[in-house]
Write a protein that binds this ligand. Structure first.
Ligand code: MN
Length: 435
């Protein structure tokens, strides 16, 4: 099943939750992303909910009954998203959309109002229990830029156009937007004449990525065909793959990233469903004439035509000084997921192609999303060309890599003529000093 554009995407649709009708909100009634939350002002438990405007609708038993549906994720008391079919998820979306629409019946509205929490009062928790995390390397612009710093004559490895390159990350250190990031210690061998030293990272960086969650998994030994890949994807979020470049450069050969990456990974709070993204699908990356075609198991007509995602991504920095001077955060880059060389369907299918079992809540991320242009580079390593070309900011400050007190703010949003703009919200994290 693939999600079609339907009445839930109607740009005219308005909600009785007034804040959802603000043209600048990331969370209009056309979005309806999932989250897990705890209302710190009430005595309730952790719940699964749907965010709208400045509120989150708790999917309580009462709310589900009023919507004429049932809670799809096992028991409401468990408050964790489980693997459900795209059909079930789609039914729920229609029901929630009807219940939150301005023309909803008074009694429905009354029941829903009772379980509507102010986002400001809620502590937001990761939407899934994330068992495993895999990070890819799917921007050919990022891979070419980074490759050319280290191998100017041969930036792309021979496998790049055949394999969605990835590595297994670590799930335990995934944190939610807003949590501080402590500068990690690690081995640094900047002086090749001397042995490495163990110091706080000197080249701390961020990576702007799109993440996607596995909804329904697959059995061990049963690959997922490309035609069915998206049935296994629940939705997307923003990911900041914090990276200690000095540690990475010394440790990465021959087995790839390790401690340079797993000290922290930040994710945005809401999971925007694949159905909400239906109006923002686009063709897969158009390969150059001389590039190889993807192998059969990574090819489908539908994936070629609609496998891409048109999601705008932006990265801002707010330094200590900007906060002191009340200066606006400075935009470091903007890029778009439509420039990724591989689609999320290809990443997922490739991941399971050897029979590897993906499980509900697994997080897969695209790798740094960079574009063709200089201002579309999704990390400082690329933007400052390994620190050689520092960034100058309106406060007069310069950055090669991140300093203590710097906050990185990532944003994502979708816009298309004839549709309501929807947003992925923000992914924030501030660097605090090493211990
Ligand atoms: Mn990464």
């Amino acid at each position: 099943m693939t999600y079609e554009i339907n009445e839930t995407h109607d740009p005219e649709l308005q909600s009785w939750v007034e804040s959802a009708n603000d043209p600048n909100t990331d969370l209009p009634i056309q979005n309806l992303p999932f989250c897990r939350a705890l209302d710190t002002k009430s005595s309730g438990d952790i719940f699964v909910g749907v965010a709208i405007g400045d509120k989150v609708l708790e999917l309580s038993d009462d709310v589900c009954a009023a919507l004429g549906t049932s809670y799809p994720f096992g028991e409401t008391s468990q408050a964790v998203i489980t693997g459900v079919s795209p059909q079930r998820l789609s039914e729920l979306r229609r029901a929630v959309s009807r219940g939150l629409a301005s023309d909803a019946a008074d009694d429905v509205r009354e029941t829903l109002s009772f379980d509507l929490h102010a986002l400001d009062d809620c502590e937001i928790l990761p939407a899934f229990r994330i068992g495993d995390y895999t990070d890819f390397y799917c921007s050919i612009f990022h891979a070419t830029n980074v490759g050319s710093m280290f191998r100017p004559d041969n930036p792309l490895m021979p496998n790049y156009k055949y394999i969605p390159i990835g590595y297994h990350g670590r799930a335990s250190s995934i944190v939610l937007s807003g949590e501080d990031i402590k500068r990690p210690h690690g081995q640094n061998r900047s002086d090749a004449e001397k042995p490495p030293i163990f110091v706080p990272s000197r080249n701390l960086d961020y990576e702007m990525e799109l993440g996607f969650f596995v909804g329904q998994g697959n059995e061990l030994g049963s690959p997922i065909p490309i035609e069915r890949a998206e049935e296994h994807i629940f939705g997307v979020c923003l990911v900041n793959d914090w990276s200690a470049r000095d540690m990475q450069g010394w440790e990465y050969q021959p087995l790839g990233p390790f401690l340079a990456k797993n000290f922290a990974t930040s994710i945005s709070p809401f999971v925007v469903t694949m159905e909400a993204l239906a109006p923002f699908r686009t063709k897969a990356f158009e390969r150059a004439e001389e590039d190889p075609r993807p192998l059969e198991y990574l090819s489908s007509e539908r994936d070629r035509r609609f496998g891409g995602l048109d999601i705008n991504l932006e990265v801002y920095i707010e330094t200590e000084r900007m906060r002191k001077e009340n200066a606006a955060p400075f935009r470091l880059s903007r890029s778009n997921t439509k420039d990724l060389y591989w689609t999320i369907g290809q990443m997922l299918t490739h991941h399971a192609s050897n029979g590897c079992n993906l499980q509900t809540g697994d997080l897969l991320a695209t790798g740094t999303v960079s574009g063709r242009e200089k201002d579309e580079r999704g990390c400082l390593l690329e933007l400052t060309w390994r620190g050689k070309e520092p960034i100058e900011m309106p406060t007069g400050e310069e950055r090669r890599f991140l300093e203590d007190g710097d906050e990185i703010i990532m944003k994502g949003f979708c816009e298309r003529e004839g549709f309501r703009r929807i947003g992925l919200g923000e992914c924030r994290g501030r660097i605090i000093p090493a211990e």
